[in-house]
Design a protein around this ligand. Sequence first.
Ligand code: E4P
Length: 214
Amino acid sequence: MQLFIDSANIVHIREIASLGILDGVTTNPSLIAKEKGGFDAIIGSITAAVHGPISVECVSERAEQIVPEAERIAARHPDIVVKVPITEEGLKAVHRLSQDGIRTNVTLVFSVHQAILAAKAGATYVSPFVGRLDDIGEDGMQVVADIKAAFSRYGFPTMIIVASVRNLEHVRKATLLGADVVTVPYTVIKEMVRHPLTDAGIAKFLDDWKKVKR
Ligand code: E4P
């Protein structure tokens, strides 16, 4: 399983990359809007900090505009994967981009039906948003399980990125389901490192070490 950070904050991205556990980054317009600096500078600093797939989202809505926007975004750096929301126009664009060898991440996926269409269009990745489904009383991880079963059943090469992760339980379930990638917010990655028994164990070991004659 690959671990991505879901963030456009370069300080957080650099900190997590320094741990040696980071495989890639996902951004979206809302995450970029939270940061200081312009789009060019933010994307440039992320591509310089992380060597792996970096998702950057298109904002055009018609296929005729999505394709050239995606080409411009992809031309910025070889690690960039273009995010395209799942719509009819988005599917047309993903199909054309896949034929031109541009990697895509079909985003805002909330059902197995949407994921199958994205895979058929040639998406490199699909991103089911588990947290937003849980927010409306649905079971986000069940959608991931359905997508995983469908892709395995028919041999689709499209990879699943579990997105809209809110907590450790989402990460645990994504792992057990065999998701290809889980994209995790900074705070949840920090939580993954820690356990209260680890903290207590270190404190006890350090305390006992003081009693050892050296
Ligand atoms: C993933 O690619 C998205 O950027 C992200 O996971 C959305 O998460 P949110 O539902 O917390 O905004």
